[in-house]
Design a protein around this ligand. Structure first.
Ligand code: PLP
Length: 403
């Protein structure tokens, strides 16, 4: 009989969004006529840009012709045309990343979760709290010691390191899911100094970089000096270009990033990750890589930014409602998420139940992202415009009723 990985038994029973889905399902079963507006799960709703779809169709057509058919891709790291396009994209906002430092993947979740494979289980892992649940779950699955850096109202939900505490692996996400806060260049420099002092690696999740509107804010950790000596960056086309159902992202590992093995030898992290991927991942489909490359063309950027602006306007509608009601919030400006304090100091699951039962609006309870999320709540701007407006009208009425 196989033994099981009992670390899994110590995890929260269900992934956050499954818990929410269950509650919503029970509510709809009891109220079949309910007009529910979903602002919980961070999934996009607008269709993929035409230029991207055309590129995918062209790629699919090539697969049906002997001369252009593609089987396994040699490197498994992505076609050169896409790695070059990503490298040029980084250049467009002033960051130097070489094509060979980029690996194409099927979205940021896989790499965020799988990167744990190449680091020992005896590492201490530092995660900002609240956080995207994948960081905590995937480390706990391997029995790692996870410690937290508090993001809270006092620090504007931008946790900073405590130089008296040691960590080996650090997860940062900016713009942040769930809080929408964005680290400044100065704040990221402090994290890099902390990582270098501790000989630690930073896993930097920039899945929402395309939502940054303030040009002084960094869209990549590699915009900051020293990052190439300590950081890995993971990005995704899911929210940038509507690829949640298409699946494509990329991870950047600097060529010179090394750590010591127990025998004192230098180990290249890019090589180790390449070795891991070589055994466990066979690359992203050719048509999807064609589609992804189209995102980075001039026309692609124009078209995807139209969608991003639509979501940004939704975010403005939500934020201005919070302002009007005097509710504290973060996010919304450089992020598709609005993170607000539950009225009347309610707990976040209580507020979830109240919103669902009274106004039939679904959001995400902050507590699901970590202990500092209790009393806070996340709404997403990825919905339909009219429904976002309607949800905010219902929200205003609810707040007026309970105040
Ligand atoms: N990172 C963050 C912070 C996210 O919020 C998400 C998705 O919601 C992901 C990564 C994963 O995105 P995907 O796997 O769709 O690229």
């Amino acid at each position: 009989m196989p033994t099981v990985n009992e670390n899994f038994l110590k995890l929260e029973k269900n992934y956050l969004f499954i818990n929410i889905a269950k509650k919503v399902k029970a509510f709809t079963a009891a109220h079949p006529d309910a007009d529910i507006i979903r602002m919980g799960i961070g999934d996009v709703t607008l269709p993929i840009a035409p230029v991207v779809i055309d590129a995918m169709k062209k790629g699919a057509d090539e697969m049906g012709v002997k001369e252009t058919f593609k089987g396994y891709e040699d490197s498994g790291a992505g076609y050169d045309f896409l790695r070059n396009a990503v490298s040029d994209y980084y250049k467009s906002f002033g960051v130097d990343v070489l094509p060979e430092e980029i690996r194409i993947n099927d979205g940021a979740k896989s790499d965020c979760g799988n990167i744990v494979d190449i680091f020992g289980n005896d590492n201490t892992v530092l995660i900002t709290d609240p956080a995207y649940p994948v960081y905590v779950d995937t480390n706990k699955m391997n029995g790692r010691n996870v410690i937290y850096a508090d993001s809270n109202e006092e620090n504007g939900f931008a946790a900073m390191p405590d130089f008296n505490v040691h960590a080996d692996i650090i997860y940062l996400c900016s713009p942040n899911n769930p809080t929408g806060s964005v680290y400044t260049k100065q704040q990221l420099k402090v994290w890099i100094d902390y990582a270098l002092k501790n000989n630690a690696v930073i896993i930097f999740d920039s899945a929402y970089e395309a939502f940054i509107t303030q040009p002084e804010l960094p869209r990549s950790i590699f915009a900051i000096e020293g990052a190439k000596k300590c950081a890995i960056e993971m990005c995704s086309l899911s929210k940038t270009a509507g690829f949640t159902g298409m699946r494509c992202g990329y991870t950047v590992i600097p060529s010179g990033l090394t750590f010591k093995a127990s025998d004192g030898s230098d180990v290249s992290i890019a090589q180790l990750w390449g070795r891991r991927q070589g055994s466990k991942f066979n690359g992203v489909s050719y048509p999807v890589q064609c589609a992804a490359a189209a995102v980075f063309t001039e026309e692609g950027q124009k078209q995807i930014h139209k969608n991003i602006e639509y979501y940004q306007e939704n975010a403005r509608i939500i934020s201005s409602t919070m302002e009007k009601l005097g509710i504290k919030y973060t996010g919304g400006i450089n992020s598709p998420y609005i993170w607000f304090k539950c009225p009347n100091n309610m707990g976040s699951w209580d507020f979830f139940d109240l919103m669902l039962s009274k106004i039939e609006v679904v959001g995400t309870p902050g507590q699901g992202f970590g202990k500092n999320g209790d009393g806070w709540f996340r709404l997403t701007a990825f919905g339909d415009r009219d429904k976002t407006i309607e949800a905010m009208q219902r929200f205003e009425k609810l707040v007026a009723e309970i105040k």
